[in-house]
Design a protein around this ligand. Structure first.
Ligand code: SF4
Length: 196
């Protein structure tokens, strides 16, 4: 939860604010460019949301923020932000939101596919947030998890435990240390299954 006492002075006056715990991951500026800006080595609100669409974007940023650094002085329905994730970005690719501080706010994506095509694929790990996990479960769960980088693994073990998914990672990115189920090596293109 953001702390009003720690509200950054760079925020414009009004309802939404960023506090001093911001780690400058830029998730909020990418999600809601018209509301948040990077003012240097942290982010702040430069335009207070006015319309319902703007409030929704601000609430999505609040939910997606890895450090809980975004707050509001008025009451807003948290589900406006929570229920927006996973967010469809293209065809069958969703942005998971709910970034993790341990991954420094890295973005993770869910690719949905029917079980006959190998099932859903989680690219890197979001925060293991109950609301998000329930929604991913309702969308078919996770069959595979592709970990692209050692810094973006967040709660991969909890997702593995929950969905019994096969985790794939390259040896050079720490696969051995993490003891994932499938380790890639070398620099050749690899087929994980028919269309992946
Ligand atoms: S999402 Fe949170 S941590 Fe990341 S830049 Fe915005 S306020 Fe800072």
């Amino acid at each position: 939860m953001a702390n009003l006492q720690e509200r950054l002075p760079e925020n414009v006056p009004g309802d939404f604010f960023v506090d001093s715990t911001c780690i400058d991951c830029n998730t909020c500026t990418q999600l809601a460019r018209g509301i948040f800006r990077d003012h240097g080595d942290q982010c702040s609100v430069y335009h207070q949301p006015e319309t319902a669409d703007e409030i929704k974007l601000a609430m999505m940023a609040l939910v997606a923020c890895p450090t809980g650094s975004i707050g509001a002085t008025r009451n807003h329905n948290a589900h406006i932000g929570i229920d927006a994730f996973p967010l469809l970005v293209d065809e069958n690719v969703y942005f998971c939101g709910f970034t993790a501080e341990s991954s420094f706010g890295a973005w993770s994506y869910l690719i949905t596919r029917p079980p006959s095509q190998g099932g859903n694929v989680l690219i890197d790990s979001p925060r293991f947030a109950t609301q998000l996990v329930k929604r991913i479960e309702a969308m078919g769960g996770v069959s595979k998890m592709l970990l692209t980088h050692r810094d973006d693994i967040a709660d991969h073990e909890l997702f593995r435990k929950k969905f019994d998914c096969v985790r794939t990672m390259h040896a050079a990115d720490g696969a051995t240390r993490l003891a994932v189920e499938q380790t890639l090596d070398g620099e050749e293109e690899v087929s994980l299954d028919e269309d992946l």
